[in-house]
Design a protein around this ligand. Structure first.
Ligand code: 5AD
Ligand code: SF4
Length: 481
């Protein structure tokens, strides 16, 4: 699974359909709000592109939209509940609009749509369309169906055919253009190569909301990667709920592994950096570890969730690895790529977790030393085995454990960042900073780096000498290459 944007960035990012533009009054407008993981960010972009192909432009505000899509997350209760409070606000917009002649179509997409289906329309009758992640290519059709009928449309099937082959090809866009032109992509893009999960960790809804593991073929991925590069992308993050279980078909019909795919994509001229997320320890093959050593375009960063430090809890979670296995694995990854930055996901307060179990979690963190991490209180999810387990941990205990864990993780992250001071790092500049003349980019270790830099350096990888480090970012000075 994937560390959530709630932690990494502000939630609720807005996808802008490529090729569409704000402010064109005759055009219908769509507002897409994204919750949750990077896979939802990717899906929102693809939905935006599918809608652009059928004439929708983007808007940054729901007040101005003919179509409002909430692309939702179901991983924890809080994430799912946010959707209903947002729908309350949207109902007011729709009611205000009813007085005018403009209709507003409200769609709920993503994992809440998949998990709750009809229940969403029952709880929030304002919703016109509920669409699961496997059906995004049908979005324009389903909107038309809703317009033609009196009832809300609910589409949460897992169709046999794959949505990717039905979505329009990624627009090529332009390498340069006016600021904020939607045709210009950020220098860094996501590319979903795998969806679904067969692991069935007992706390997790993903195997139910995203279904069985599915890997896209190498040719389709390569084509999409080339299109992204042609539109100015320099860094691609390969996404999957279980990305290192990737086994897509190659041109000869034989399955390819993630390391095969990474080596293949690294041959694309103009693509400078590759990353992948999220991985399961069980699928961390020797070859995948080797690719960290032999493929320079693969960035030295690995997000590898361990969830808990106690073997008893790991077994109850159905994680298929022990604490010792995880520590050994990290040792092998570090032997292959000594400077690798490690990130992880951790849950506190899983049913039955004792103080000693929690200490074991802290011990793994102390043993490994993470560059960054996402930590969560266990949240019982309806339909998952752990929700019905005995020994549910009281909320106050979870809060206290999470605070102790976060303090340790924050200290490790600050230390990792501080150790970068004085180093010269290649930084891929992605966007303008808040201050005039400042750009923000990413180091190889995925840290945000701020530097005074000319706007023409957006989209380029430039050496930066790190002068200062905070808990969440670095700042530095550009050095000649
Ligand atoms: N409660 C708390 N955290 C969870 N995660 C997944 N399901 C739950 C849950 N029910 C966390 C895991 C996963 C990350 C994306 O979210 O740590 O890796
Ligand atoms: Fe969820 Fe576990 Fe699958 Fe990750 S590996 S998506 S945590 S079931």
């Amino acid at each position: 699974m994937i560390g959530e944007l709630e932690v990494a960035e502000a939630p609720g990012s807005v996808a802008r359909p490529a090729g569409a533009r704000n402010g064109m009054s005759s055009m219908k407008k769509v507002f897409i709000k994204t919750y949750g993981c990077q896979m939802n960010v990717y899906d929102s972009e693809r939905m935006g592109e599918a809608l652009a192909a059928s004439g929708y432009g983007a808007t940054d505000t729901p007040d101005d939209a003919d179509l409002i899509i909430l692309n939702t997350c179901h991983i924890r209760e809080k994430a799912a509940e946010k959707v209903y409070s947002e729908l309350g606000r949207i109902r007011d917009i729709k009611e205000a609009r009813a007085a005018t002649d403009r209709e507003t179509v409200i769609a709920v997409a993503g994992c809440v749509a998949q998990a709750e289906g009809d229940e969403i329309v029952r709880r929030a009758p304002v919703v016109d369309l509920v669409i699961g992640p496997q059906s995004y290519h049908r979005l324009p059709d389903l909107i038309a169906q809703r317009r033609a009928g009196a009832k809300a449309v609910v589409e949460t099937e897992f169709p046999e055919d794959d949505k990717f082959s039905h979505l329009p090809a990624r627009p090529l866009g332009a390498k340069s253009g006016p600021a904020r032109s939607p045709a210009v992509r950020s220098a860094s893009a996501f590319l979903t190569i795998q969806e679904g999960c067969d692991k069935f960790c007992t706390f997790c809804v993903v195997p139910y909301t995203r279904g069985a593991e599915y890997s896209r073929g190498v040719a389709a991925i390569t084509d999409e990667a080339r299109r992204l590069v042609a539109s100015g992308v320099r860094e691609i993050t390969l996404l999957g709920q279980n990305v290192n279980a990737y086994h897509g078909q190659g041109d000869d019909g034989r399955a390819r592994s993630l390391p095969d795919l990474i080596r293949h994509l690294s041959d694309i001229d103009g693509l400078e950096r590759l990353r992948y997320t999220t991985s399961h320890p069980h699928d961390m093959s020797d070859d995948l570890i080797a690719v960290h050593c032999d493929t320079p375009k693969l960035m030295p960063y690995l997000h590898l969730p361990f969830q808990a430090g106690s073997d008893r809890i790991l077994a109850a979670m159905n994680r298929k690895h022990t604490a010792a296995h995880y520590v050994g694995l990290v040792g092998r990854v570090r032997a292959a790529r000594p400077d690798i930055a490690l990130s992880t996901d951790i849950i506190v307060g899983f049913p039955g977790e004792t103080d000693a179990d929690f200490e074991a979690t802290l011990n793994i963190v102390r043993t490994i030393g993470f560059a960054q991490a996402y930590s969560f209180k266990y949240s019982p999810r309806p339909g998952t085995p752990a929700a019905n387990m005995g020994g549910q941990v009281p909320e106050l205990v979870k809060i206290e454990r999470l605070a102790r864990l976060k303090a340790l993780l924050d200290a490790q992250q600050s230390l990792f960042n501080a150790q970068c001071i004085g180093r010269i790092m290649p930084v891929l500049f992605e966007r303008h900073g808040r201050r005039d003349g400042q750009l923000i980019g990413r180091s190889p270790y995925l840290q945000s780096v701020h530097a005074e830099a000319a706007p023409t350096l957006v989209g380029r990888i430039i050496p930066v000498e790190i002068a200062d480090a905070g808990p969440n970012s670095l700042s530095g000075v550009i050095r000649a290459a």
